[in-house]
Design a binder for this molecule. Sequence first.
Ligand code: HEC
Length: 124
Amino acid sequence: MLGSFLNHNERTKMKKSFGLLVGAALLALSGQVAANEAEEIGAKIYERAFGRGCGACHDIASNPQLAALIKAGKLPKDQFASVLKNGKNGMPKATAAIMEVGPVKKAGYTEDQAIDAIYEYLKK
Ligand code: HEC
């Protein structure tokens, strides 16, 4: 038995470091799960907001191509959020419509969490 070779102190140390290791792994895993959940909810918002989704307008070439702009670093999150909250010319205010999307309600997201989720989805 391993235990018989180690004194009490060494065994306690081993238990503590094992606990830390498991804790760190679980934390990393839950971070990953939360990130995936946000992306999935972001996708649902993009598909469902305003009934027909953001893509009804944004998948048309003459309107801003959101994913491409974000990936190119041309649409920072604060600007993204501000357009959703205030609207901009042909872009309707979107926060009320976003908060109506089923998975957003189900997850209990705040407005800012929902906006982050769409941004994460588009950034991928
Ligand atoms: C009715 C059509 C329509 C819908 C629906 C729509 N948009 Fe837009 N959106 C536009 C138009 C048009 C613009 C360009 C506005 C301008 O700059 O004059 C725009 C601009 C934006 C911008 C600003 C882009 C930039 O470069 O500043 C963001 C961000 C945006 N939309 C996000 C969304 C998201 C997210 C959704 C879904 C929740 C959505 N839009 C739904 C028409 C729409």
